[in-house]
Design a protein around this ligand. Structure first.
Ligand SMILES: [Zn+2]
Ligand SMILES: [Zn+2]
Length: 705
């Protein structure tokens, strides 16, 4: 019996291992498996559905502390996991007359754990007698090779480390969330889940600290000089050697000194630089680039990459490696890429070089190589997201074989008395690897005008411009992910989920991580009463210990009992202050709800406030006055019924009413609450309609042709 992680992987593996590449799929009550023949062996390929088993507390009660757990079938904890039961039943039945068990799940902590649990709890067999297949891509060749060279033991240190990660995350997540939620419930009787976790706490604190930095930031004025000149009938902008002036009188003096004066081209410098290709992708660099070029959230990139992996067109994406091992058949991959029309000329060029020595990065991952295309042509038409990510991965791979790019940096030094000005140019002398990586390797080229040393230039007009220093930027999904990686918090797999959870729990607003009043309340409360829940120290120590389990320097029991001890200490401390914590959170929650619902003062009566109200009769939402209930004011505005509404801190420039944002799927728009009447909004709509009509006409013309 071969145990795989997902149905698609099972199908691929069965197909690759069957002598005739024609395995038989047997369907049984909501689940299925594959039968195939390989030489003298009869193989049965079954699949899990990610984790089939999950942790459950052994002592009942929605309270804390709860620190004793056991692994149970997932459907016992999660009622929505209805597909799990037939799968476990099928595996249990089939495993009765099996000679040998082989785990062929993904080679990483989660995959190894899925295999182990399936053996132990579904097959009810001894995991120490099982075999393990290792592979980094789902291509026929790699699967066959993995089968022929499989190990006769599971990777137990990895499994132990994975178990303890689940146990510790469960302990902290469940207990801390219950503590916070019950603090609110026991104080005012409301039931609202206020969640946190081992990594979420420190993540929240990074966002909150950044928010504080932004709040206390005082913009400082500075001045810059802008100088223009005419040369051969062309206007040229020059750069003053001092970029920023802190004193206004100083900048004024320089402007006076330069205006209308004649400067001389003193020297023309040229410097060439060489830049080698970027290293191969690992998951975090792929997530960073996909965010930069396509705006994909890290979690989306992971999901899309995972799907490309299951299609067997790229290697395993959950890797930290930036290296491609010598054992990889690069020539075969490139030959495969040559069979794809889009990349054929580029792949051919790489192959002509002969000596295939890709650039390597520094980071290593013992389990998997860097992310690379397998050379297998996608059989189905790729979805737009998959197509984009695949293109990025293929081009990055091809670029690894390119020569360094050579750039020429030109600089003309222009003197005017004691003042020095510059004019810069940049030319790409040799594209090298950039040719393969385009359009992701854009360099702004800038020609230097025809200038010779000794040329005279009249400086006019010369201005100065007042600017202000900027606060540090808010995090975006990619920069937050990068910070977590740098701080060694979470794993390459969990980080994207943690970044998402900050938002889905209401702790941040909009795309940039702007702390919500709820996030702020949670942060402030924890910081005051239980700072350990925010500190990265504890969670970082746990990460280190989990790594040590993998290296067999410590064991699961020791790590787990120490973690439980720490947690119980935190929870005791919490319980002693439950009421204060509850009061602080309630205040924060009230402020949060207010900020999510209130839309400014009522224009009709003097003392009402506008807020979002849901009609109890129709379920529709609208804006109404707070004096509506007492029948003192009947002011209402209609609202769009679809999408998530969040009030904005600005007023409509046309009518002066409060603005709000609507996010519906991937569409995002802003309008004022007066949107059905607002003259500005009407004009915007008209312009939009005209644009649409024009586009439709153009399309019609094209199709007519
Ligand atoms: Zn009113
Ligand atoms: Zn308006």
């Amino acid at each position: 019996m071969i145990i795989t992680e997902k149905p698609t992987a099972a199908k691929r593996i069965a197909n690759a291992l069957d002598d005739n590449q024609a395995p038989i799929e047997v369907k049984k009550r909501g689940a299925s498996y594959y039968e195939c023949k390989r030489g003298a062996d009869d193989l049965i390929v079954v699949y899990a559905l990610g984790h089939l088993f999950e942790l459950k507390q052994t002592v009942k009660g929605w309270t804390y502390p709860r620190v004793e757990t056991e692994w149970v079938p997932k459907y016992e904890v999660d009622k929505k996991a209805t597909k799990i039961k037939p799968i476990i039943n099928l595996i249990r039945r089939l495993s009765k007359d099996i000679d040998s068990f082989i785990v062929a799940t993904d080679f990483d902590i989660e995959g190894s754990l899925i295999g182990y649990h399936t053996l132990k709890y579904a097959c009810k067999t001894d995991p120490t007698a099982a075999h393990r297949m290792f592979f980094s891509a789902l291509t026929d060749k790699e699967i066959q090779h993995a089968h022929d060279t499989m190990s006769n033991s599971l990777d137990f240190p990895m499994i132990e480390s994975g178990q303890v990660r689940h146990e510790i995350d469960w302990l902290f997540g469940i207990n801390l969330t219950r503590a916070l939620t019950l603090a609110v419930k026991n104080t005012v009787g409301w039931f609202k889940i206020v969640s946190t976790g081992r990594v979420q706490g420190p993540t929240l604190s990074y966002i909150a600290i950044r928010e504080q930095e932004i709040n206390v930031f005082v913009p400082q004025p500075f001045w810059v000089i802008q100088t223009k000149t005419m040369h051969n009938g062309v206007e040229i902008e020059l750069e003053y050697s001092k970029k920023r002036f802190e004193v206004e009188t100083e900048v004024k003096k320089v402007v006076n000194d330069l205006e209308g004066e004649t400067a001389i081209v003193d020297l023309i410098n040229s410097r060439t630089t060489k830049q080698g290709p970027h290293p191969p992708f690992n998951l975090s660099s792929l997530q960073a680039q996909a965010y930069r070029h396509f705006g994909f959230k890290p979690s989306r990139t992971l999901a899309v990459a995972q799907s490309l992996y299951l299609d067997a067109v790229i290697s395993y994406p959950r890797t930290s490696s930036e290296k491609l091992p010598d054992t990889l058949n690069l020539k075969e991959i490139l030959n495969g890429i040559m069979g794809m029309k889009t990349y054929a000329p580029l792949a051919e060029e790489v192959l002509q070089v002969g000596n295939l020595a890709p650039v390597q990065g520094k980071k290593n991952d013992p389990a998997h190589p860097a992310i690379h295309p397998t050379g297998i042509k996608p059989t189905k038409r790729l979805t737009p997201s998959k197509k984009k990510l695949y293109d990025l991965i293929v081009r990055r791979f091809l670029a690894l074989f390119g020569e360094p790019a050579v750039k020429e940096h030109l600089r003309a030094d222009i003197r005017c008395n004691e003042h020095l000005l510059y004019l810069r140019g940049l030319r790409v002398l040799k594209q090298g690897w950039m040719k393969f990586y385009n359009p992701y390797a854009k360099t702004e080229e800038k020609e230097l005008p025809e200038l010779s040393e000794g040329d005279l230039l009249v400086l006019s007009p010369v201005h100065f411009d007042e600017r202000y220093t900027q606060p540090p930027p808010r995090f975006n999904p990619a920069s937050l992910l990068k910070l977590l990686e740098k701080e060694n918090l979470g794993t390459k797999v969990t980080r994207a989920r943690i970044v998402d959870s900050v938002k889905s729990r209401g702790y941040s607003l909009r795309d940039r991580f702007e702390l919500s009043t709820l996030g702020y309340a949670l942060y402030e409360t924890l910081e005051r009463y239980i700072p350990d829940m925010l500190s990265p120290k504890l969670t970082r120590r746990l990460e280190k210990e989990m790594e040590e389990i993998q290296k067999e320097q410590t064991d699961r029991k020791t790590v787990l009992s120490r973690a439980k001890g720490d947690l119980i200490e935190i929870l005791d401390d919490f319980k002693a202050q439950e009421q204060e914590i509850g009061n602080a959170l309630v205040l924060g929650l009230q402020r949060y709800w207010k900020s999510m619902e209130e839309l400014g003062d009522c224009p009709k009566c003097s003392d009402g406030t506008l807020r979002i109200i849901r009609s109890s009769k129709t379920g529709k939402r609208f804006v109404g006055c707070s004096k509506y209930k007492d029948e003192k004011c009947d002011q209402t505005f209609s609202l769009p019924q679809k999408g998530v509404i969040s009030p904005l801190e600005k007023m409509c420039p046309h009518c002066g009413y409060k603005m709000f944002q609507v996010v519906s799927g991937r569409r995002k728009w802003e309008t004022c609450i007066n949107w059905t009447e607002c003259p500005g909004r009407k004009e915007e709509l008209k312009a939009l309609e005209e644009r649409r009509a024009k586009q439709a006409m153009k399309k019609q013309e094209v199709s007519d042709k």
